[in-house]
Design a protein around this ligand. Structure first.
Ligand SMILES: NC(=O)c1ccc[n+]([C@@H]2O[C@H](COP(=O)([O-])OP(=O)(O)OC[C@H]3O[C@@H](n4cnc5c(N)ncnc54)[C@H](O)[C@@H]3O)[C@@H](O)[C@H]2O)c1
Length: 308
């Protein structure tokens, strides 16, 4: 297949593209390289890869990138509520208008696969299934909801990811697990608020692996949404902190003040995608251990903090 990957130089995309190339697909990578070219250097010369430096907000660019593609894996976005709140216009034009271009230009035989998020559920008192009404509480969640709806209306697939963690060539240290690892090593203390809040997680390699999985089952999954994660990966924030502490000792201060603005405190069911045969392969402990091997060598966090 010829597969267009938007956001192919990002945290998840830089793992997806080499997997697709390894599977024998031709890959067109469209990205505006917000985080630079470094994340794709290890596969940039692959003979079946075409790199396009462009913006999904530009319709002509999207049209050129989609030309001849059998499938589109749409990852490009302004990711996480802090980044979206910092520039709401950019967030809406990228996450919503960029997706609209893809949907308007897609031909009926192009398979659209969208990176959605569990953030669309908002506050959820029960275990969230795909039937649970969505109620996003942040601009990020709302832009992802609107984009997901357009994709599904077009017969595509919405993959509602858990919070991703672990290593990738475009390493994100703003994600909660990676952030705890960084703080544990460099500050030797973490101030934890809302430690009882439950979140749900997925390793970056497993997030990438769901794409070859979905491409192979597109006809079975099309026109629908799927929570993507593992029923073995629902943890409280305090449980995550203690898992990090088991490898990298630090002082954990459980504070009674402070709140997460996206208010996520939920448990998610992954039964629907498990029934198709998908499950996580990397445990939380393995992911934490690998991040802790890397953070000592990161002297300074220079990233925009865009926690998804
Ligand atoms: N990482 C997570 O925990 C998580 C969880 C749920 C959903 N997602 C979704 O997965 C997707 C990828 O997330 P990520 O963690 O890899 O983030 P990321 O920020 O690392 O990747 C996004 C990529 O999109 C590119 N991009 C941004 N605006 C663009 C534009 N206008 N035109 C072209 N390219 C543009 C960036 O340069 C970057 O390479 C996003 O759609 C995100 O909403 C991520």
């Amino acid at each position: 297949m010829k597969v267009l990957v938007t956001g192919g130089a990002g945290y998840i995309g830089s793992l997806v593209c080499p997997m697709l190339l390894d599977e024998g697909h031709d890959v067109v990578l469209l990205d505006n390289f917000m985080w630079g070219i470094h994340p794709i250097l290890h596969f940039v010369t692959h003979p079946r890869l075409t790199v396009m430096d462009g913006d999904i907000r530009d319709r002509a660019t999207v049209a050129a990138a989609m030309s001849g593609a059998d499938a589109v894996i749409h990852l490009a976005a302004i990711v996480g509520y802090p980044a979206c709140s910092a520039d709401p216009m950019l967030a809406k034009s990228t996450n919503v208008d960029g997706t609209r271009h893809l949907c308007d230009l897609a031909s009926p035989n192009q398979a659209l696969i969208f990176a959605s998020t569990g953030s669309t559920y908002g506050q959820c008192d029960t275990i969230c299934t795909e039937e649970t009404p969505i109620n996003p509480l942040t601009l990020y969640g709302r832009t992802k909801r609107d984009a997901e709806q357009m994709i599904v209306d077009k017969g595509g697939i919405g993959l509602r990811f858990a919070t991703v963690f672990g290593l990738s060539p475009r390493l994100r240290l703003d994600l909660i697990v990676n952030d705890f690892c960084y703080q544990a090593y460099h500050q030797r203390q973490i101030v934890l608020f809302e430690g009882h809040h439950r979140r749900t997680f997925l390793h970056a390699r497993d997030a990438a692996l769901v794409y070859p999985f979905t491409l192979a089952r597109f006809d079975q999954m099309k026109g629908d949404v799927f929570n993507v994660g593992s029923s073995s990966m629902n943890f409280t924030k305090a449980e995550i902190a203690r898992k990090v502490q088991a490898i990298q000792p630090f002082y954990l201060h459980e504070a009674s003040v402070g709140e997460d603005l996206d208010k996520r405190n939920y448990e998610v069911s992954y039964d629907k995608i498990h029934r198709l045969g998908y499950d996580a392969t990397v445990s939380m402990e393995e992911g934490i251990a690998e991040v802790l091997r890397v953070v000592p060598h990161i002297r300074q966090r220079s990233e925009w903090r865009n926690a998804a």
